[in-house]
Design a protein around this ligand. Structure first.
Ligand code: MLT
Length: 407
């Protein structure tokens, strides 16, 4: 009989958001008339920008004629999108990258989950805690994390981010090879300043570590001193891989498109000491396992860089950030300690004294019919916290705050 990858058997229960969905479905079955407001998974609710819709319609028309039909595209993405990315997301910030350092994909979740394919099994991993579960779970699947003891994997270094340290992770005491950072942060909605991010780049340079920098929420940054890209920090091109997504920027959670930057200078080493550029390996991995993002999708993504597209996505971002403001204000007025929601569409709140994250989840669902995400689902330091998303409809956001005010 074929053997299974036993690492998968180590994964606890369901993926976090599937677990939440399962509990909500059970509640709905028991209470079919309950008017549930879903502020759990960070899924967008505003429609796609008209500029993308029009571009995608045009792309469909092109595919309908034999003279303009296209089949397989380049695995790394079409030049038209890569050039727009380089011009608008990087050159405007003084960052120079070459087209062959950009890999268009179906999103940051896939790329942050798959990037481990090109790394050795014995690497040590460091994560901020709480953390987006994909970074941990994908390393569990690869067999890098050891065993789960009291909610922590034995071979993972956890860097707690709590109200006590202002949600700023301390550099690990024990050296790690690979560090996952997500800023603006999912789930806490907090950020690092340039000076704080520089500490991590300097650490990686000094320790020959690699930073996996997930910047999926970059478009939500409103404060000056918050870097939009890790490559704004000197030396980062030697040590960092950056992940970006159109999901939260342009409503592409269902359409699927993102990209990953693997600078040519980022190296890892073989057991015999030979230095190998990761750009080449990621290209090889993608060419083998990925056939590119659809032409229609990439035309839709390109359109967000036009002047109308840029205006339209800014309008949507303002809408969600107004939700965030309403939520921060409403929750604070109701007596909660609230974090995030200024440079990110997530609100991270402290649960009432003596109430665990899952107890709070149950109470919120059963008593006021609101769904959120329990902080502990993102890691042990998330215990006692709870995440709400600002991606809801305005109506729902307002109604949720009214229910909490009356609660
Ligand atoms: C979340 O709720 O954290 C997001 O949906 C994560 C994701 O983008 O996969």
């Amino acid at each position: 009989m074929a053997l299974v990858n036993e690492n998968f058997l180590k994964l606890p229960g369901n993926y976090l958001f599937s677990e939440v969905a399962k509990k909500v479905a059970a509640f709905k079955t028991a209470h079919p008339d309950a008017d549930i407001i879903r502020l759990g998974i960070g899924d967008v609710t505003r429609p796609l920008p008209p500029a993308s819709i029009e571009a995608m319609h045009r792309a469909v028309d092109e595919l309908s004629r034999s003279e303009t039909f296209r089949g397989y595209g380049p695995e790394q993405g079409y030049d038209f999108l890569i050039e727009s990315i380089l011009r608008h997301d990087y050159a405007t910030r003084g960052i120079s990258l070459s087209p062959s350092e950009v890999f268009v994909s179906d999103g940051a979740k896939s790329d942050t989950g798959n990037i481990g394919d090109i790394l050795g099994q014995d690497n040590t991993i460091g994560v901020t805690d709480p953390v987006y579960p994909v970074y941990i779970d994908s390393n569990v699947m690869a067999g890098r994390t050891g065993d789960l003891v009291n909610g922590k994997w034995s071979n993972v270094t956890y860097m707690p981010c709590t109200a006590e340290n202002g949600f700023i992770p301390a550099l690990p005491e024990k050296r790690v090879d690979v560090i996952y950072l997500c800023y603006p942060n999912n789930p806490t909605g907090t950020t690092l300043t340039r000076t704080e991010l520089k500490k991590w780049v300097d650490y990686a340079l000094a320790n020959e570590a690699i930073i996996m920098y997930d910047a999926a929420y970059e478009a939500y940054i409103s404060e000056e001193d918050v870097p939009h890209s890790i490559y704004e920090i000197k030396g980062a091109k030697k040590v960092a891989i950056e992940f970006r997504s159109f999901s939260k920027t342009a409503g592409f959670t269902g359409v699927r498109c993102g990209y990953t930057i693997v600078p040519k200078e980022v190296m890892a080493v073989t057991e015999s000491g030979e230095r190998v550029p990761l750009n080449h390996l990621w290209n090889r991995r993608q060419c083998t396992k990925f056939n590119g993002t659809s032409y229609i999708t990439q035309r839709g993504a390109e359109a967000i860089y036009t002047s109308e597209g840029r205006q339209q996505i800014q309008e949507t971002i303002r809408y969600y950030m107004e939700n965030a403001r309403i939520m921060r204000q409403g929750l604070q007025a109701a007596g909660f300690q609230v974090y995030g929601g200024v440079n990110a569409p997530y609100i991270w709140l402290k649960t009432p004294e003596g109430t665990t994250s899952w107890q709070f989840f149950d109470r919120l669902l059963h008593e006021v019919h609101i769904v959120g995400t329990p902080g502990v689902g993102f890691g042990p330091s998330g215990e006692g916290y709870f995440r709400l998303t600002a991606f809801g409809q305005r109506e729902d956001t307002l109604r949720a705050m009214e229910r909490i005010a009356r609660w």
